[in-house]
Design a protein around this ligand. Structure first.
Ligand SMILES: [Zn+2]
Ligand SMILES: [Zn+2]
Length: 183
């Protein structure tokens, strides 16, 4: 039986979005529920400090200690993870529909090579924000992953074996990056 009391004060910033769980993104399953049954913290309250803060699986951003991320709409407002995920409908990080066409299970085709999908997608998304040395390290990690996997794959001839191959692999991942972000 529902025993929602009138006059419950919304926790957090008082907006509708303030009512989701800032740890797991769950919305109250019934009116008047104030504590997330999964996480044991108040809806709209700060995330737990004894577990990892929630991370967006689309853009890999992690919420702040208050459980909020800057709104993708550029309003400067902080939004909880549930609202952030919904915002990606209007603010995608790249052309994921196209990227999925290159996907085979947990791998993705990159030029003549293949690599773990998760590693490649993370690079495509975060690599555009990371500059300099950090980006170069990520880039090399992707190319290395491409070379290691193709060693075991069907196309044994496509091992990244020499400087020309290495350069071509780098170009392939750069082209993928460019296409993913084309609007
Ligand atoms: Zn929760
Ligand atoms: Zn995100």
């Amino acid at each position: 039986m529902l025993t929602a009391r009138r006059g419950d004060q919304p926790v957090g910033n008082g907006t509708l979005s303030g009512t989701s769980c800032r740890q797991c993104g769950r919305a109250p399953s019934r009116p008047g529920a104030t504590v997330c049954p999964r996480c044991g913290i108040p809806f709209g309250g700060a995330p737990r400090d004894d577990v990892a803060l929630p991370t967006c699986h689309i853009c890999y951003a992690t919420v702040g200690d208050d459980g909020l991320l800057p709104s993708l709409a550029g309003t400067g407002r902080g939004v909880p993870i549930a609202d952030h995920l919904a915002e990606h409908d209007r603010y995608p990080v790249g052309d994921d529909d196209w990227l999925d066409t290159l996907r085979h299970g947990d791998r993705i085709r990159v030029g003549r090579w293949e690599a773990p999908f998760d590693i490649v997608r993370r690079y495509l998304v975060t690599g555009v924000f990371d500059a300099g040395r950090r980006r170069a390290i990520q880039h090399d990690a992707v190319v290395t992953a491409m070379s290691q996997l193709s060693r075991w794959g069907a196309g044994a001839s496509s091992i990244v074996g020499d400087q020309a191959d290495w350069r071509e692999a780098r170009d392939a991942i750069s082209a993928l990056m460019e296409r993913f972000h084309r609007r």
